[in-house]
Design a protein. Sequence first.
Length: 317
Amino acid sequence: MYSYIFRVDAGDIAEIGTGHLYRCITIYDYLLQKGLKKEQLKFVIKSKKNFSLGKKILNKRKINFISIDNKIKDFSKQELNFLNTLKSKVIIFDRLSLINRNFLNGLKPNHKRIIGIDIKKKSNLKLDLYINPLQNNLIDKKKFQNYKNNILPSFFHKDKNKNKINIGKKNLNFFTFFGGYDFKNINKKIKAISKIKSMNIKSGKIFFYLNLKKADIIICSGGLTVFDAIYFNKIIIAIPQYNHQLINLKCLHNKKVCFLVKTDKGFEKNLNVCLEKILSLSLKEKILIHKMQKKIICQKSQIKLLNKIYEFSKSVF
């Protein structure tokens, strides 16, 4: 019996990307820090064709995994049958799919605790732990509070006391990232804008956290990266790729945590206007952004959630 099984995917596919997998790797790393052995932890992933990115990421980190057929649908009877060939104290699902009662009940004999991250479910369906920091069926006030209910891949990468907002200097550092799959080619559009061409701009997954930390301004989509940037207390221009991202970014923008630009016909003009606004920010406005960001997510809130996940396996005998 495994202590934890992670059922998660990554790929060059819209709304999947790499964020779900990297969040599970963060949980995995935390569990190792708490004393669990690699042999007690197992990833189950789709690993062929468009899903091969997950295999590449896990192999690079020397993390053990089992492959499941790409054709098997999320929360289907076929997936249930596959997962029930394994046993665990805790099984974690991290994805945007809708779970059903038959699947949930079918898991329980072989998987003692069930955790769902970002999954969709009906209100009367109970999991042992339900982590959905980006719920869109909440009013803005509750949505803002719920953002604390998150675990970020940047958890182990933030330097203490290095979170100054530096927009007054002449040579600004930019970092752009639009998830593991930038299907709208937003990054390419940004780099073609004359105002940005002259800037010091980094992008992509290579040296991701180093570039994120060094950047003065982050331009990213509305996935986990925007929350990484908030955690690092950066000035952010957020550009949504999907409607669920737009809903959350509107909330963050209204709370003056980030700037919002949409990919419509006036994209270049709106982005230039946004940059001008950022470059003219007063010290008071910068400090306000910083304060609001700290209300969303911090190391303390993440440790609390990670410890709750860790305690689950200890309560199963």
